[in-house]
Design a binder for this molecule. Structure first.
Ligand code: HDD
Length: 709
């Protein structure tokens, strides 16, 4: 993946941020008032052993500032990671439907800030929990800021935003003991689900592998709601937004996610940070599904219902442009924590629909920022500032950074020359889409929102066999943690409305009676695009490959394999019993990247054991290293070994997998790639076959149940 040379607009946000950056190099310590400080270790005292004096303004300023360092964490999506980049449309085809310049002018490259997040956990929770991931993009367009505040799952739990506090209270840690952290596997969430069957479609997604992304860089993003595009003639078109990752959609294995939560709770944010630092810039393609307004009622669901997708087979996703993230923030708090997204930040050419979830969001995001960021001037925080000029009559408030000159702060005025002016016409000015609205005031749900199960069934039918098995295991795990058996039983009843077989197998795992009869025949329809196996990509770019080495290893073999993997864009790392260097069998030295004890197989995508009898003897004698290989096997990862390296695979007892014996040809069985050849004789097919298995991401047909890892 490469990025084209930067264009002026691309730099506009970066240049704006430059004025806010403070570089400590070559400076002297001062107070907030700029007075130089010579000692910040000892407070001012009455005698060396005496009490601290109130007069010590430096001490008081330092402590007071520290005492006020924290702001409320986001009420949801508290844990996240962000990066800057740019978006550029491929061409102008969308101009027929919208006047939004950043979507239609291929010469314009718009700066963006993207924040990825989990939903349920606190700021300090682990990255790899089972959860939805937020995918929020702020486009700093020349027409003002546009925020696409989406998720990696295309539907939502509820249909009306008035239920959002109830849903969030149910899924967050329970109020009496604040347990469990960052987990949906508890009674209150499933009690909520049991009583709100509209959640069933989303729960199918949440129990699927989508909730365990391998990387933020390997997940799709969705705007979720049906929005509206508006063209120069003022005509509207319904639109759903999609992000597709260049690296394909990939997930972790449930057992792996739980272990990573301990081994490296920063797994996803570290991955984003490291790959951007290394210049491997993540990319997504923006696509749209367009529906003419005349087709508003052409579907067997309501376009305004955020618990429904528009199947891609019915309305294809058409590519619009490319998003690239190429710069990490300078300061997590200043940028990633203080970035403020809002669904109502729209620009001319993009508008809302009456989706009641979206309508509620359009209230909630502004409201929450007022509390979280301490007042109404948060749009002046550097990360949030538009690159479009800002001129308002808004004044004062906490943290006002502007110095508005002149005596008028009202419109219309004559004393200020009538400025700022309100003149101009659409699309220069934002003009709300002219939709005719008529209705009786009612607190009621539309009948067209009341099919809660058909798309849950569609999702289930569209899964591959391993995806189905993972969903069943997830339901069994989550419901198995629910203490109230009647809640488990009610969920099984709902599952019986999704698919009878699914309900039966889940029930069998959680100790409740399996339903005897099918209550709602499975409609048999599927949407192949919903399986994430359909969205994989044939690349091993940025995949982390562990190469296990010790003294006496086949140095030449290692160097060759490392070079061949790097050529394919992968990131091989040499892991040894100790950090430093290892002396190879040929007397040369290899630089070790990490000591094995500081990492674990769950942090890698694949493993290779090179040849070298002495090296393999040392590695085989270490239980942690043997476990490393067995665990990688258990998690369906590609494994390679050449020459005597195969002995370590034998020690790890990888079930009935066929390994190369006295043959220099390359044997591939269930993702395990072996050859007896070593060093010079190592055939090029070895790396090729291994890369092929890594690109498959996981080898699901592998039999792992007997492997004790
Ligand atoms: Fe939300 C944050 C995505 C429904 C109220 N939401 C938040 C973030 C994302 C989403 C990605 C984190 C933004 C960031 O990184 O700062 N939310 C969604 C999606 C939804 C959704 C895709 C359904 C389609 N949200 C939703 C509803 C409400 C909210 C129905 C309230 C009625 N969401 C919020 C919030 C948050 C938020 C409380 C917390 C922090 C923030 O806004 O800035 O206002």
């Amino acid at each position: 993946m490469t990025t084209a040379p930067r264009q002026p607009e691309d730099d506009a946000k970066d240049r704006q941020l430059e004025s806010a950056r403070v570089d400590p190099r070559g400076t002297h310590l001062t107070t907030d008032q700029g007075v130089r400080v010579g000692n910040t270790d000892d407070s001012l005292k009455a005698g060396a052993r005496g009490p601290t004096l109130l007069e010590d303004f430096h001490f008081r300023e330092k402590l007071t500032h520290f005492d006020h360092e924290r702001i409320p964490e986001r009420v949801v999506h508290a844990r996240g990671a962000g990066a800057y980049g740019h978006f550029q449309p491929y061409d102008d085809w969308l101009a027929e439907y919208t006047v939004a310049e950043f979507l239609t002018d291929p010469s314009v490259r718009t700066p963006v800030f993207v924040r990825f997040s989990t939903v349920v956990g606190s700021r300090g929770s682990a990255d790899t929990v089972r959860d939805v991931r937020g995918f929020a993009t702020k486009f700093f367009t020349r027409q003002g800021n546009y925020d696409l505040v989406g998720n990696n799952i295309p539907v939502f739990f509820i249909q009306d935003g008035i239920k959002f506090p109830d849903f969030v209270h149910a899924v967050k840690p329970e109020p009496h003991n604040e347990i469990p952290q960052a987990s949906s596997a508890h009674d209150t969430l499933w009690d909520f689900v049991a009583l709100q069957p509209e959640t069933m479609h989303m729960m199918m997604w949440l129990m699927s592998d989508r909730a365990l992304p391998r990387s933020f860089r390997m997940m799709q993003g969705f705007g979720v709601h049906t929005f509206r595009l508006v063209n120069a003639q003022g005509q509207g078109t319904f639109v759903k937004f999609h992000w597709r990752p260049a690296l394909g959609v990939h997930s972790l294995v449930w057992d792996e996610t739980q272990k990573i939560a301990g081994k490296d709770p920063d797994f996803n944010r570290r991955d984003l940070w490291d790959t951007i630092e290394a210049g491997n810039f993540p990319e997504w393609e923006l696509g749209v599904q367009l529906v003419p307004e005349s087709d508003e009622f052409a579907f067997d669901f309501d376009l305004l219902d955020a618990t429904k997708i528009i199947p891609e087979e019915q309305v294809p996703v058409r590519p619009v442009g490319r998003l690239v993230l190429n710069r990490n923030p300078d300061n997590f708090f200043a940028e990633t924590e203080q970035v403020a997204f809002h669904t109502a930040n729209v620009v001319p050419g993009i508008d809302f629909t009456n989706d009641p979830l979206l309508q509620a969001r359009n209230f909630s995001y502004l409201d929450t920022q007022l509390l979280r960021l301490g007042g109404p001037n948060f749009a002046q925080i550097p990360v949030n500032r538009p690159i479009a000029p800002v001129h308002t009559d808004q004044r004062d408030g906490f943290h006002q950074h502007k110095i508005d000159v002149g005596r008028t702060s009202y419109t219309k005025n004559s004393l200020g020359g009538g400025c700022p002016m309100t003149s101009g016409a659409f699309p220069e000015v934002f003009s709300h889409y002219q939709q005719k609205v008529e209705g009786v005031k009612v607190r009621q749900r539309s009948e067209s929102f009341k099919d809660f199960y058909s798309q849950a069934t569609l999702f289930w039918n569209s899964m591959s066999q391993p995806e189905k098995e993972h969903i069943v295991a997830a339901f069994r795990f989550e419901l198995g943690k629910v203490e109230h058996r009647e809640i488990r039983a009610t969920i099984v009843d709902h599952l019986n409305h999704v698919d009878h077989e699914l309900a039966v197998v889940v029930a069998r795992g959680i100790g409740v009676r399996a339903p005897k009869r099918e209550v709602r025949p499975n409609h048999g329809l599927s949407s192949p695009a919903l399986s994430q196996l359909a969205a994989s990509a044939d690349t091993i770019s940025t995949r982390r490959i562990a190469i296990l080495v010790a003294a006496g290893v086949d140095g030449e073999g290692v160097r060759r394999v490392v070079a061949e993997l790097r050529d394919r864009g992968a990131i091989p790392e040499l892991l040894a019993p100790a950090d430093g260097t290892v002396r190879c069998a040929d007397g040369s030295d290899l630089k070790v990247d990490r000591a094995i004890s500081t990492v674990a197989s769950v942090l890698y995508d694949a493993v290779i054991v090179p040849s070298g009898p002495e090296s393999v003897r040392t590695l085989s004698a270490d239980g942690y290293t043997v476990h490393f290989v067995a665990e990688a096997f258990k998690h369906f990862k590609a494994i390679g070994a050449f020459g005597s390296g195969i002995e370590l695979l034998r020690k790890a007892q990888l079930g009935s997998v066929r390994l190369a014996e006295d043959t220099e040809t390359v044997i591939v069985d269930a993702g395990v790639v072996t050859t007896s050849a070593a060093a010079d004789a190592l055939p090029p097919e070895f790396s090729e076959a291994f890369a092929c298995e890594v690109a498959r991401h996981r080898i699901w047909q592998r039999e792992t149940s007997e492997v004790p890892a």
